[in-house]
Design a protein around this ligand. Structure first.
Ligand code: 6GU
Length: 228
C-alpha cells in the first residue's frame, strides 16, 4: 500500500512512521508513506495557502488551488483509490472502516487546518471524509497518523504473528481479554491459574469469557450492534 499525505505541517508526520511496526512495514516494502508539503504549492511570492472566508467570519480557509494542484500532480503519477480528507465532521473511524481501507493500493490523505478547506475541493476531489472521534484537534496531521498506523498494521505480513491483528480489540466487535507476563506472582497478586495450566482449550474459553465480560462492562453497545 502507498499512502501520500498532503499537509501544511509535514514535520508533524515524520516521527510516527519511523518506529516499531510502521518502520518495519516500510522496510519490508509493504507500506510506503510519502508526505508532501502543501507549501510547495502555495500561491505568489509568499506561497499563500489560506485566505479569509467569503461572507465574513473569523478564521482562515485553505484555498482550493494549491490543494487541487498538489492532488493533480499526484494523480499524474498513479491512480488513487481514495482521496481522504481528515476532518472532525467526517465519518467516525472504526475498525470496520480500517479493514475496508486497508484493502486499497494507493491512498491520498489530505490534512485539514484552520477553518477547513474550500468546499469545492470536498465536492470535486475528496472521495471520503474521516474523523477519528468527537473532539477537535488543531489539524488533521495527528488524525492522519492514527489512520495510517491503524491501516499499516492490517497489511498482510506486517505483524510478525499474522493472526495477531485478528485477535485485536474490535476485530470481532469484542474487546481484547486481559494479558499477563512473568512473574506468576507480583506483590502477592497472582496470574489467573488457568493461564499457567497448559490446557489450551481452557485458556481459549477463559479468554472468550473475559472478552465478553469486558465488552459488556465497558462497551455494551458493541455486543448489540455495530455501534460503539
Ligand atoms: Cl480528522 N481533524 C481534526 N482537526 N480534528 C479532529 C479530527 C480530524 N478527528 C477528530 N478530531
Amino acid at each position: 500500500m502507498r499512502i501520500d499525505i498532503v499537509s501544511v505541517m509535514p514535520e508533524l508526520l515524520t516521527s510516527p512512521f519511523q518506529h516499531s511496526i510502521m518502520k518495519r512495514a516500510q522496510e519490508k516494502g509493504l507500506l510506503t508513506v510519502v508526505v508532501h508539503n502543501l507549501r510547495d504549492y502555495g500561491l505568489g511570492k509568499h506561497a499563500q495557502l489560506d485566505d479569509y472566508q467569503y461572507g465574513g467570519g473569523a478564521g482562515m480557509v485553505m484555498m482550493a488551488e494549491p490543494i487541487a494542484n498538489c492532488i493533480d500532480d499526484l494523480k499524474k503519477e498513479r491512480k488513487y483509490d481514495q482521496v481522504i480528507y481528515m476532518t472532525p465532521d467526517g465519518d467516525r473511524l472504526d475498525q470496520a472502516q480500517c479493514n475496508h481501507l486497508s484493502l486499497f493500493k494507493n491512498l491520498i490523505i489530505l490534512c485539514g487546518h484552520y477553518k477547513g478547506i474550500d468546499e469545492r475541493i470536498r465536492e470535486h476531489y475528496i472521495t471520503k471524509e474521516i474523523s477519528i472521534g468527537d473532539y477537535v484537534l488543531s489539524g488533521g496531521e495527528l488524525a492522519a497518523a492514527v489512520l495510517v498506523d491503524a491501516l499499516g498494521r492490517l497489511l498482510p505480513g506486517v505483524l510478525n504473528d499474522e493472526t495477531s491483528a485478528l485477535f485485536d480489540s474490535f476485530q470481532d466487535n469484542l474487546l481484547a481479554p486481559p494479558v499477563y507476563t512473568r512473574p506468576a506472582e507480583f506483590r502477592g497478586w497472582p496470574v489467573p491459574e488457568v493461564l499457567l495450566s497448559g490446557n489450551f482449550k481452557a485458556i481459549e474459553d477463559w479468554r472468550m469469557e473475559k472478552s465478553i465480560e469486558r465488552t459488556k462492562a465497558r462497551r455494551p453497545k458493541l455486543l448489540k450492534s455495530d455501534e460503539s
